[in-house]
Design a protein around this ligand. Structure first.
Ligand code: SF4
Length: 318
């Protein structure tokens, strides 16, 4: 593990037994690392395993195999006190701000819950900390006594971010934090996350299916398809020079705010059924939808390999 790496995921697997000898391979042999202060975007269609991956890294799901290493320690082998420290250092911002806040608690109580659990502040310091956190996320101290239903979707996500920041985490899994919000609010939340990252040297795993927003916030981006990482590169490189046929199709669907370019742009339609992640057959999982499919694609699983400096892809063509 390099000294500037905060999180390293090695051959991570998360399978669910769905009965009748059926195994759903939600995350299947995924590896990547995240540097301190970096944002790694994780994208893919719904059901590709990105959320399960993020939650398994946090220990919310028990891994079926592989490792998730935080500051040099495998989180699945941590002792009790190490786990407690990890829970403080690694937090999550949930997708749905409506469902993730307890409607019977005031905003102040919601934000202070973590501080209480970790016995971080005296009562008077805690109050000041709540006000400070509200200010940081663009709310004000009068909001501390109100209940979640009194806020808009964007404001509720700001409360969720304040709750997450309250215990000074180092690593945050942002699990589709903007998907449930209006487009007009999405950019505000992404910009807030960038500002907070710069101020507190935070490290993010930013999970999303909106590729244009992911580009804006991410230093590097990983693309997942049916439980596997199919491409990983710096944000600029991936958007400029996508190599995997699935990434190319995803990116071709993003609208560009340039009418003449939009008219001339070729969209790559994703054809064929999305295969089931239950008991997947050997070979490339994208082959049913890939227009470049070759005989080897149904026999051998393509592994993620470095095709140019820092640019990885899993495809037999490359
Ligand atoms: Fe297409 Fe084969 Fe590459 Fe898979 S390995 S993306 S099926 S060419």
């Amino acid at each position: 593990m390099k000294p500037d790496t905060l999180v390293e995921v090695k051959n991570l697997k998360k399978y669910f037994n769905v009965g009748n000898d059926k195994i759903l391979k939600a995350v299947d042999d995924v590896s990547f690392s995240i540097k301190k202060g970096e944002t790694l975007g994780l994208v893919g269609e719904s059901g590709c395993g990105k959320t399960t991956c993020g939650r398994t890294i946090l220990g919310m799901y028990e891994a079926t195999g592989g490792q998730a290493i935080f500051e040099g320690k495998n989180i699945y082998e941590m002792n009790k006190s190490e786990k407690k420290a990890f829970r403080k250092n690694a937090q999550i911002i949930f997708q749905d701000p409506y469902a993730s806040l307890n409607p019977r608690m005031t905003v102040g109580d919601i934000i202070s819950e973590g501080m209480n659990n970790f016995k971080m502040y005296s009562e008077s310091d805690k109050q000041n900390r709540i006000y400070e956190l509200l200010r940081l996320v663009g709310l004000n101290k009068e909001h501390a006594g109100r209940f979640p239903h009194e806020f808009s979707g964007g404001q509720r996500q700001r409360i969720g971010i304040a709750r997450c920041l309250a215990i000074d985490p180092k690593f945050i899994v942002c699990d589709e934090p903007i998907s449930a919000l209006d487009v007009s609010i999405q950019a505000q939340i992404v910009n807030l996350l960038i500002t907070l990252q710069n101020e507190f040297d935070l490290t993010y795993l930013f999970i999303a299916h909106d590729l244009s927003m992911v580009k804006h916030i991410s230093d590097r981006v990983g693309v997942m398809y049916l439980g596997c990482m199919v491409e990983l590169a710096s944000s600029d490189e991936l958007y400029r020079n996508p190599q995997h046929p699935y990434t190319q199709a995803l990116l071709s669907a993003i609208p560009i705010p340039n009418p003449s370019y939009e008219r001339s742009k070729k969209r790559i339609a994703l054809e064929g059924e999305v295969p089931s992640p239950i008991n997947p057959e050997p070979g490339c999982r994208f082959r049913a939808r890939c227009k470049y499919v070759k005989p080897i694609c149904s026999k051998e699983n393509p592994y993620l390999k470095e095709i140019s400096s820092g640019h990885y892809a899993a495809c037999h063509l490359l």
